[in-house]
Design a protein around this ligand. Structure first.
Ligand code: DX5
Ligand code: ZN
Length: 226
């Protein structure tokens, strides 16, 4: 499998939940990953979907699943998503007292391991843990709801992470999530993100696949400085 330089991951949080399989197929040939937001009404106030939906959806598409767990007690639940065939399972630093141990569990269950950093959490305490992870998800909003406004200064965390990854020669994707759209993706790419979650900007568009392609084009140009 060749690794694309940039990843665009539509978030099904903004899709029509009554037609989930169709909504996923609408981006099947345009997207790189499918971003699946799992919320438990405890770690965040919102409640979305859980393992049974992910298991059913797994059979409906070839897209790799990028599962974003906004839940308490991820050590209890996260490996189940790896077992269900998720490509990458991301849990929140704020919800886990031993992120490295859980990353190991996820990798041994056959998934990539992701660490998410919410709006009010500094990145510095987590930089030394990054060799244990495959993806780092930096929230560009407060986790919990789609359709919020992008917060530009949170890209300082992306810049810090990118510098750390470069100096340590780490293999790590830096993913941004929240308010990513045509008017914000270029600044995120220029800051060093190489994976982009977009909910409203994809599923709010008339043609979701075209929206994904447009976002990718903008990010690629900004990343190469063209
Ligand atoms: C929110 C979720 C996001 C959400 C992004 O906590 O993690 O993935 O779907 O939605 P937009 O792109 O609309 O900001
Ligand atoms: Zn998300």
């Amino acid at each position: 499998m060749t690794v694309p330089p940039l990843i665009v991951a539509p978030s099904i949080l903004a899709a029509d939940f009554a037609r989930l399989a169709d909504e996923v197929r609408a981006v099947e040939h345009a997207a790189d990953w499918l971003h699946v937001d799992v919320m438990d009404n405890h770690f965040v106030p919102n409640l979305t979907i859980g393992l049974p939906v992910v298991q059913s959806l797994r059979a409906a598409t070839e897209l790799p699943f990028d599962v974003h767990l906004m839940i308490e007690d991820p050590r209890r639940w996260a490996p189940g998503y790896a077992d269900a065939g998720a490509y990458n399972v991301t849990f929140h630093a704020e919800a886990c007292d031993d992120p490295v141990a859980l990353a190991k569990d996820l990798r041994s269950a056959g998934a990539k391991a992701g660490l998410a950093i919410d709006r009010d959490t500094p990145i510095e305490p987590y930089l030394d843990l990054l060799p244990s992870f495959d993806t780092l998800l930096i929230m560009t909003i407060k986790a919990g709801f789609g359709g919020q406004r992008f917060i530009p200064h949170l890209l300082d965390k992306v810049r810090a992470a990118r510098r750390h990854v470069a100096s340590g020669h780490l293999e790590l994707r830096i993913e941004v999530d929240g308010g990513i759209a045509a008017d914000t993706i270029e600044q995120a790419a220029a800051a060093g993100a190489d994976a982009f979650v977009a909910g409203t900007a994809v599923y709010g568009a008339d043609d979701p696949a075209e929206a994904v392609r447009r976002l990718r084009g903008l990010a690629e140009r900004a990343a190469t400085g063209a």
